[in-house]
Write a protein that binds this ligand. Structure first.
Ligand code: NAI
Ligand code: MG
Length: 514
């Protein structure tokens, strides 16, 4: 690993991202309520910290029940007319919003990098692009909000179903891919004729507000509302609000369980996208030119491992173990850790001191385990600029048993473990030995093994010979404790953001005299 940046003023945000910093300060202190950026009912603020140098880039209101009520009321008022706007007209508005985001993409990406510490070139720009792509896609799918006709109950009875909006939706999003996940909630919800209140994550709220500001220009007031605040104080009353008929959430397992419980008494439905402890598996016959870079991409090192799809348990067949480890370690050395706003940087900073400490805590557990080897990384950098932020290098370990906490818990940091295997059956059993079931990657040239793995692996998002990130039109979600429901494709809009009405119309006899 090398460092992309030196210390000194060349690292300052004022120099690297002046417009983005100005935008963050302009949005500071606001929420999006009923079509307007405005202050909240509270004076309490949450400081928003750039993880690269721990500088404050702005503040957002620490909203509570009063602001929740105002936002839900705005969404409820807007619902009456929004649901009656023809579906394709709604879709066209969102597609215009997608064009507007694309036109401002560089600034959006820079604000995203400021907020999250994700590297501009490898993460923030691609995330921005996939966000407006998702909005454009759902806008274009508006005409697919179709019901069905059912034949032949009786020749006189027309029997059909409609797909209607559910009503006011609550979306609770995390900080790790805030723009894409914001879009994954609002794009299908709004296209389907619902209105929505989003609670942003306290760690990365400003980029969400900026994107919402752009989209709001194309929507009637109140269709999209964005509030900020903490989970218990703001997220909980939002989920529990009697007018909210559906909650869509991405984040941790315990919070997902809490949200399901908030929604249960009023029988509101939930979509939950939770964590993973995903296997990346290399078979002895694998094409290592695909598998070696694949392990690194699959671990999402350039997003500091802060991805639910991170392939953090790397199962490698013992016959090729040394070769694979050597190849991966050699490539990890090329990843440049540095200032997120610097073009040369591959890997930015961990979102918060809380998540930074979490990574270090798991490294302490690993270090206290006899037989553990650090194959790469494992030490905080010494470069003075990097010491001033939440930087941790890509880290690869082995010598840990599967039951070690490092191999069981979702670390959500740049730490992966390699586990050797001899038998396919045993490996599949181990790969499935986790409460989670989100994603899995396997590299092999053997079609038969590949198909057997697809059948036996317990995961909702399964890849062979690649490890792409989820994106538009790829239906994505987990099984077991990784969640409920799928997102990002047409089926997510139809299944999770509409309700259905069954209609029976008896035509009777024609009125007389005509
Ligand atoms: P979290 O699940 O606590 O936070 C996610 C969102 O939920 C935030 O907007 C937060 O304010 C909100 N929230 C928290 N408590 C809530 C409550 N009681 N009611 C309603 N909303 C609530 O995640 P956190 O604390 O940021 O990260 C902890 C761990 O969670 C990570 O280390 C990672 O393992 C996992 N995580 C997984 C994500 C994924 O993409 N699947 C995303 C973020 C975190
Ligand atoms: Mg939390």
């Amino acid at each position: 690993m090398s460092t992309a940046t030196e210390t000194g003023t060349e690292n300052s945000l004022e120099r690297l991202a002046p417009e983005a910093l100005k935008t963050a300060r302009r949005l500071s202190g606001t929420i999006l309520l009923n079509g307007k950026l405005t202050g909240a009912s509270t004076d309490k603020m949450i400081d928003v910290i750039h993880p690269g140098n721990l500088q404050s880039i702005g503040q957002v209101p620490q909203c509570g029940a009063t602001d929740v009520n105002a936002a839900v009321e705005a969404a409820d008022t807007a619902l009456t007319s929004w649901r009656r706007v023809p579906a394709r007209e709604r879709g066209r508005m969102l597609q215009k919003a997608a064009d507007a985001i694309e036109a401002e993409a560089e600034l959006v990406a820079q604000v995203l990098a400021l907020d999250t510490g994700n590297a501009l070139r490898t993460q923030a720009r691609p995330e921005t692009a996939s966000s407006y792509d998702l909005l454009r896609m759902f806008g274009g799918l508006a005409g697919e909000l179709k019901g069905e006709t059912v034949p032949n109950m009786s020749p006189d009875v027309l029997h059909y179903s409609t797909r209607d909006p559910i009503g006011v939706i609550a979306g609770i999003i995390p900080w790790n891919a805030p723009l894409f996940l914001f879009m994954a909630k609002i794009a299908p919800a709004i296209t389907a004729g619902n209105t929505i209140v989003i609670k942003s994550a306290e760690q990365a709220p400003i980029c969400v507000l900026f994107l919402a500001e752009i989209i709001n220009r194309f929507l009637p007031p109140g269709v999209l509302n964005v509030i900020s605040g903490y989970g218990e104080e703001c997220g909980k009353p939002l989920c529990e609000h009697p007018t909210v008929r559906k909650v869509t959430f991405t984040g941790s397992l315990p919070v997902g369980q809490a949200i399901a419980a908030y929604a249960a008494p009023k029988l509101a439905t939930v979509t939950l996208e939770l964590g993973g402890k995903n296997p990346s598996i290399v078979m002895p016959d694998a094409d290592l030119d695909l598998a070696i870079p694949g392990i690194i991409d699959g671990m999402r090192y350039t997003r500091q491992g802060q991805a639910c799809t991170a392939g953090s348990r790397v199962f490698v067949h013992k016959d090729i173990y040394d070769e694979v480890v050597k190849g991966v370690v050699a490539r990890l050395g090329d990843i440049k850790l540095g200032n997120p706003l610097d073009e040369a940087t591959d890997m930015g900073a961990i979102i918060s001191s809380e998540q930074f400490d979490r990574t270090k805590k798991y490294m302490d557990i690993a270090r206290n385990t006899p037989g553990m080897r650090v194959l790469f990384g494992g030490e905080e950098p010494t470069d003075p600029y990097l010491r001033g932020g939440n930087f941790y290098p890509p880290t690869l370990l082995d010598g840990l048993n599967l039951d070690n906490k490092v191999c069981q818990d979702e670390i959500f940091g740049p730490v992966a473990t390699v586990l050797p295997f001899g038998s396919f059956d045993e490996m599949i059993e181990q790969a499935n030995d986790t409460p989670f079931g989100l994603s899995a990657n396997l590299w092999t040239r053997d079609l038969s093994r590949a198909l057997e793995y697809v059948e036996r692996i317990e995961a909702g998002f399964v890849q062979v010979n690649q490890c792409a990130a989820p994106r538009s039109n790829v239906s994505y979600g987990g099984i077991k404790m990784s969640g409920l429901g799928k997102e990002y494709a047409l089926d997510s809009m139809l299944h999770h953001f509409t309700s259905s009405k069954t209609v029976l119309i008896n035509r009777g006899t024609p009125a007389p005299g005509v």
